[in-house]
Design a protein around this ligand. Structure first.
Ligand code: AMP
Ligand code: TRP
Length: 344
C-alpha cells in the first residue's frame, strides 16, 4: 500500500477504530482492515480499537454492544491482525478516551465541528433531535488517536475531514497550552484503490452498513454463492471495459468494479484494464467474483472460527485494554499537568 507523504519524522505509531454497529462489508475491509494487517506486517507499532463509545451516539439495540464488539475484534484478527503484535481493545475499557475528549471539547471550536459533513448526513433532516454526542463525535475521535500520540491513521476516504479536525485540535492544544510538539499532527493513510468502495447498485454512493439493500454490498460473512450473485446483479452499463483509466470517467459503477478487482488482486487499475480491455461484463463479472471469493473465503472461515470462541475474543480484548491503558496513562498524566489541573 502507498503511504502519505511523510511530514512526521519521529517513530511511527498507528491507531484506528471501527464502530461495533452492523455487518462489516468489503468497503470496511479494503478501506480499513486490510490496511491494518498490512501496517502490522510492515512492523509498525499498532493499536486497533473497537469504538463502542462512538456507537452509542446513535440508538443501539439493547444488549447488542457486547456481541458486536466481539465481532469487530474477530474481524480484525480474521483480516490478519495478530493480537500478540498489535493491541486490540474496546474503547470504553480505557477511560483516557472520554477524559481527553472532554478536554478537546474545550479546545475545538464550534465552527470547526459544525463543518463536519458526516454529522449532517447522520443527523438527517431533524438535527435538533440528534444526540449532542453525535455532534461532538469527531472530537472523541481526535482523543482516541491522540491519547496514544498516534502519528498515522489508516481509514477510508470518508474519514478525511475528521482527520483534518484531529490535526487542528492537536495544533491548537499545543499552541494554547504553550507545549509545542506535545501532540503529533496525525497523518491520515487513505491512499490506494480500496479507499472508497461504492455501492454495487449505485456507483455514486459509498458501500455502507446502513444501505437498506443487501445487494448493494458484499458482507464479510457472505458465502461464495452470495458473493457471486451480488456481483452478477451489480449495476453496470452496455459498453465494454475501456483500456485506460480515463475511459472510466462518467462510468462510476464500472470504475468501482475495476477498483475492487485491483484492490483484491494487488494490481493497479491500469493493469486490470489492460487485461480486460474490450471485454464485456459477461467475462469480467465471473473473473471478479472468483478473485473476491478467493480473497475473502479464508478470512470468512477464520472469522466464523473465532466467533465460535467468545471467551478467546474476550481474553484478547482484556489484554488489549490493559496494554492500551499502559500506553495512554502516561500521556494523560502529561496532559493533566500541561492543562494545569490540581494534583497533576
Ligand atoms: P465504519 O463502519 O463507518 O465504522 O467504518 C470503519 C472503517 O471503514 C473506516 O475507516 C471507514 O473509513 C472505512 N469505510 C467504511 N465504508 C467504506 C467504503 N465504502 N470504502 C472504503 N472504506 C470504507
Ligand atoms: N469515525 C470512524 C468511522 O466512523 C471510527 C473511528 C473512531 C476512528 N475513532 C477513530 C477511526 C480513530 C480512526 C481513528 O469509521
Amino acid at each position: 500500500m502507498t503511504d502519505t507523504t511523510p511530514t512526521y519524522s519521529g517513530p511511527m505509531r498507528v491507531f484506528s477504530g471501527v464502530q461495533p454497529t452492523g455487518n462489516l462489508h468489503l468497503g470496511n475491509y479494503l478501506g480499513a482492515l486490510k490496511k491494518f494487517a498490512d501496517l502490522q506486517k510492515a512492523g509498525h507499532d499498532c493499536l486497533f480499537c473497537v469504538v463502542d463509545l462512538h456507537a452509542i451516539t446513535l440508538p443501539v439495540e439493547k444488549g447488542a454492544l457486547v456481541s458486536q464488539t466481539r465481532q469487530i475484534a474477530a474481524a480484525f484478527m480474521a483480516a490478519g491482525v495478530d493480537p500478540a503484535k498489535s493491541v486490540i481493545f474496546p474503547q470504553s475499557a480505557v477511560l483516557a478516551h472520554a477524559e481527553l475528549a472532554w478536554i478537546f471539547n474545550c479546545v475545538a471550536r464550534m465552527g470547526w465541528v459544525e463543518r463536519m459533513t458526516q454529522f449532517k448526513d447522520k443527523a438527517g433532516k431533524d438535527a435538533e433531535r440528534a444526540s449532542v454526542g453525535l455532534f461532538t463525535y469527531p472530537v472523541l475521535q481526535a482523543a482516541d488517536i491522540l491519547a496514544y500520540k498516534a502519528t498515522h491513521v489508516p481509514v477510508g476516504e470518508d474519514q478525511k475531514q475528521h482527520l483534518e479536525l484531529s490535526r487542528d485540535i492537536a495544533e491548537r492544544f499545543n499552541r494554547e497550552y504553550g507545549a509545542p510538539g506535545f501532540f503529533p499532527l496525525p497523518e491520515p493513510m487513505i491512499q490506494g484503490p480500496g479507499a472508497r468502495i461504492m455501492s454495487l447498485k449505485d456507483g455514486t454512493k459509498k458501500m455502507s452498513k446502513s444501505d437498506p439493500s443487501d445487494l448493494s454490498r458484499i458482507n464479510l460473512i457472505d458465502d461464495a454463492d452470495a458473493i457471486a450473485n451480488k456481483i452478477k446483479r451489480a449495476k453496470t452499463d452496455a459498453e465494454p471495459i475501456p483500456g485506460t483509466v480515463e475511459g472510466l470517467e462518467g462510468r462510476p459503477e464500472v470504475a468501482n468494479l475495476v477498483g475492487i478487482y485491483a484492490a483484491l488482486s494487488g494490481q493497479t487499475a491500469t493493469s486490470v484494464l489492460a487485461e480486460f480491455e474490450g471485454k464485456g461484463f459477461g467475462a469480467f463479472k465471473p473473473a471478479l467474483a472468483e478473485v473476491t471469493v478467493a480473497h475473502l473465503a479464508p478470512i470468512t472461515a477464520r472469522y466464523r472460527e473465532l466467533l465460535a470462541d467468545p471467551e478467546g475474543i474476550d481474553r484478547v480484548l482484556a489484554d488489549g485494554a490493559e496494554r492500551a491503558r499502559a500506553v495512554s496513562e502516561p500521556v494523560m498524566q502529561d496532559v493533566r499537568r500541561t492543562v494545569g489541573f490540581w494534583g497533576a
